[in-house]
Ligand binder design. Structure first.
Ligand code: BTN
Length: 295
């Protein structure tokens, strides 16, 4: 059962604020999504925000950090950042939607990040299913999204956007460094100039706030027109659709062509003459020109 106090305080006005636990009262002038709290170093902004969510932090709470000592990626991977060189951001939603639609929160943040990269750096990025951002001629990873649920009603969506990397980042020897060096990219390398990370964060959050208001009603319900628009937009920018993918199942490895994403956000893959839907844990996305063993 959802915590009534948390539900209401997340969506209602100042009279509800007095019922929040100490430390979760919004400061005066606080605006959902647009009043981020800035931290220096933290282990992980997602971990930090999940803790706050469980103490009743309201929807629209945002945490930004300069660096993470234990940044988390999808599928248990580590997320590497160059200190002060990335937008490291986590956003709390409390969607009153069917749980099967919560993945739309990750899509929304990815689309908002595409907006921000275009607006601030003039960089056009596309989505690699489910939520990565790829950019540049080599389709390298520019940003990653990690969505984590926090019971009973919270969804924390974290995003890391590579903004400014020194020439020698990432240094060899760190786990994941070789993969980052081979397959990732930063906005400054793409734009050919230094990027104002705060501007990227501000543009990201403004886009999240606008997009959220078209997707989630004041009562927390999923708004059908906004949902249809978001799904259509995601399909338009999802570069995985039309690509070859490898599907790894216990005891078998399949290769096929991704043809769509379904209602539940699964990737629909044409394997031989059959269409099958898979979730993120099973699918390795192959980029154009990749050998079949690459990630
Ligand atoms: C991925 O590509 O695997 C997802 C990476 C998500 C990284 C961001 S950085 C901010 C937030 N805090 C974390 O610990 N992870 C996410």
């Amino acid at each position: 059962m959802a915590d009534e106090r948390v539900d209401q305080s997340a969506r209602e006005g100042p009279s509800e604020q007095a019922t929040r636990p100490p430390g979760t009262q919004p400061k005066s002038g606080w605006r959902p999504f647009l009043s981020p709290e800035r931290l220096g170093e933290t282990s992980s902004t997602n971990a930090e925000l999940i803790e706050r969510a469980s103490s009743g932090a309201p929807e629209g709470t945002v945490v930004l950090a300069d660096r993470q000592s234990a940044g988390r990626g999808r599928l248990g991977r580590q997320w590497l950042d160059h200190p002060g060189g990335s937008v490291l951001c986590s956003i709390l939603f409390r969607p009153g939607w069917p749980i099967g639609c919560w993945f739309l929160g990750g899509w929304l943040v990815a689309l908002a990040a595409i907006d921000a990269c275009r607006q601030v750096a003039g960089v056009d990025a596309r989505c690699k299913w489910p939520n990565d951002l790829l950019a540049g001629a080599e389709h390298r990873k520019l940003a990653g999204v990690l969505a984590e649920t926090t019971p009973p009603d919270g969804l924390v969506v974290g995003i890391g956007i590579n903004c400014n990397w020194p020439y020698d980042f990432p240094r060899a020897g760190v786990p994941e460094a070789a993969e980052v060096a081979a397959r990732a990219i930063s906005l400054d390398r793409l734009a050919g100039e230094s990027i104002d990370r705060d501007e990227v964060a501000a543009a990201l959050l403004a886009a999240v706030a606008t997009r959220w208001s078209t997707l989630s009603g004041p009562d927390g319900s999923l708004l059908a027109p906004g949902e249809a628009k978001l799904r259509a937009e995601y399909r338009r920018v999802c570069s995985t659709i039309g690509q070859e993918v490898r599907v790894e199942l216990p005891g078998e490895v399949l290769t096929g062509r991704a043809v769509d994403v379904d209602e539940g956000g699964h990737l629909v893959v044409e394997i031989g003459s059959r269409l099958r839907a898979f979730d993120a844990a099973d699918v390795v996305h192959l980029r154009p020109g990749d050998p079949a063993t690459s990630r």
